[in-house]
Design a protein around this ligand. Structure first.
Ligand SMILES: NC(=O)c1ccc[n+]([C@@H]2O[C@H](COP(=O)([O-])OP(=O)(O)OC[C@H]3O[C@@H](n4cnc5c(N)ncnc54)[C@H](O)[C@@H]3O)[C@@H](O)[C@H]2O)c1
Length: 439
């Protein structure tokens, strides 16, 4: 396979656009397709639909080489590889919404019907075990009139990138999983990924195991977070105990590992909440009681209540009181607010008739679209804290670690709740409550 080969990428969100930018900047002839015409126009004009470090630069490099962005599916007809990276959001019962992937696959199947190429179709979207064989493969074969494994390749290729590190993770993944039948297409795909990154471990398995690996990965990460949050709540009730010292120390044990042990308001973002709910739903459906994952999920929900309780303990009845939320993105260095815990806190505060003022260095505009004039928006830390009874630090943006007495000067009551324990100064003149620190 040469760098001249054409690669199609269908769905230009965090996963698809990151892959598009990385492959095109490496010189591959990339066709990025999205159903959203306006999004395509923006990307073509160099306007990113979301913030992701290094994405703009990488995409610019791609445009200097061979990159086409379009909503016209027919452009993928000569592609040798087609990655599917459309969203698989959650439904209200926790199962995943497959309409986008069905739609994308239907379009790809129709193009395949007319194409002389034998492309490899790689499904990167996160899907429940069995989806490839029960949903994706039958649609593709029906619409194309061709046979998977013979006329085209079909591979489950789950994605593990982390937002805010997406470009790096796309260039240097810790693993590549290829699920499917051991055909010539599988060998080609293996060569492609080892050419991209010679040291990457490549796991070859079947479809259902590849699909399961993705859920195993994310539910384990969610488990670590719920585990440390439960411990943090215990520490908080032991005078003088500090969850960070506990986490740092157990993290030194290589059997445990140090990552994903930072206690906080609970896991959010576009992946962990939806993937845990999906595995709970799937597990119940196939008759396996999801006791353990239920507990992980409930612990996460409980963490939201924990923060509300802390606010009420310090401020009393919240009706008519200004409460400031510092940090809206689900983590720093992104403007993504999908399933961010901050949004849930805002909703709960509004129910309690508090007046909510919010701040975030990047995500304000996304939050404005959701809450409109139900809440107030501040441009600076001093502004968000003005007239407030309580400032709640939700996202570990570095600027919040530097809050000063001057920033708090115009607060009605100087109460800070630090769900991330990032406020370091001991000289702050305020009532300070932190998740995981016993007082
Ligand atoms: N965001 C992450 O950190 C991450 C990490 C690993 C895996 N995943 C998984 O990867 C998949 C994509 O996630 P994302 O965050 O990039 O999603 P996203 O919502 O940011 O982007 C999906 C894109 O697909 C487009 N789309 C929808 N239907 C389409 C169709 N029929 N044809 C063409 N384009 C279509 C949308 O317009 C959108 O631009 C999901 O299954 C997700 O669970 C996401």
């Amino acid at each position: 396979m040469s760098e001249n080969m054409k690669i199609g990428i269908v769905g230009l969100g965090f996963v698809g656009l990151s892959l598009t930018s990385v492959l095109s900047s490496k010189g591959y002839n990339v066709i990025g397709i999205d159903i959203d015409k306006e999004k395509c126009n923006k990307i073509r004009n160099g306007v990113l639909p979301f913030f992701e470090p290094d994405l703009e630069k990488t995409l610019k490099n791609g445009f200097k080489k061979k990159l086409t962005i379009s909503n016209d599916f027919s452009l993928i007809k000569d592609c040798e590889m087609i990655f599917v990276t459309v969203g698989t959001p959650q439904k209200s019962n926790g199962s995943i919404e497959l309409s986008m992937i069905k739609n994308a696959i239907t379009n790809i199947g129709k193009i395949l019907a007319k194409s002389k190429k034998s492309p490899i179709i790689l499904i990167k979207s996160t899907v429940i075990p069995g989806t490839m064989q029960k949903v994706i493969l039958p649609i593709l074969e029906k619409k194309s009139g061709k046979k998977a494994g013979r006329d085209f390749g079909l591979i489950s290729n789950p994605e593990f990138l982390q937002e805010s590190n997406a470009i790096h993770d796309t260039k240097y993944p810790h693993v590549v999983v290829l699920g499917g039948y051991q055909t010539k297409y599988m060998k080609k795909a293996k060569n492609f990924f080892s050419n991209l990154n010679s040291n990457v471990p490549i796991i070859m398995t079947n479809h259902q195991t590849a699909e399961m690996i993705k859920y195993a990965n994310n539910s384990f990460l969610a488990t670590k977070i719920s585990f440390i949050n439960q411990l943090a709540n215990i520490c908080q009730n032991i005078p003088g105990a500090n969850i960070d010292d506990v986490a740092r120390t157990i993290g030194l044990d290589s059997r445990i590992g140090k990552l994903f042990l930072s206690a906080g308001p609970g896991y959010g973002g576009s992946c962990l909440p939806k993937d845990v709910k999906a595995i709970i739903n799937f597990s119940s459906k196939i008759g396996v009681s999801p006791l353990f994952f239920d507990a992980v999920e409930k612990t996460n929900q409980q963490q939201i209540e924990q923060i509300i309780k802390l606010i009420e303990k310090n401020c009393g009845n919240l009706k008519g009181k200004n409460i400031s939320v510092l940090g809206l993105a689900f983590k720093p260095k992104t403007d993504d607010i999908r399933d961010s815990i901050s949004l849930k806190i805002i909703e709960k505060l509004l129910k309690k008739q508090a007046i909510v003022i919010v701040h975030d260095p990047m995500a304000i505009e996304n939050v404005r679209k959701k809450f409109k004039n139900k809440i107030r928006y501040a441009n600076s830390i001093s502004d968000v804290l003005k007239d407030s009874y309580c400032g709640v630090i939700m996202t570990a943006w570095p600027e919040y670690s530097k809050i000063t007495n001057k920033n708090m000067k115009n607060m009605k009551k100087r109460i800070i709740i630090d769900s991330r324990r990032i406020l370091k100064s001991s000289k702050l003149d305020c009532i300070y409550n932190a998740i995981g620190i016993g007082n």
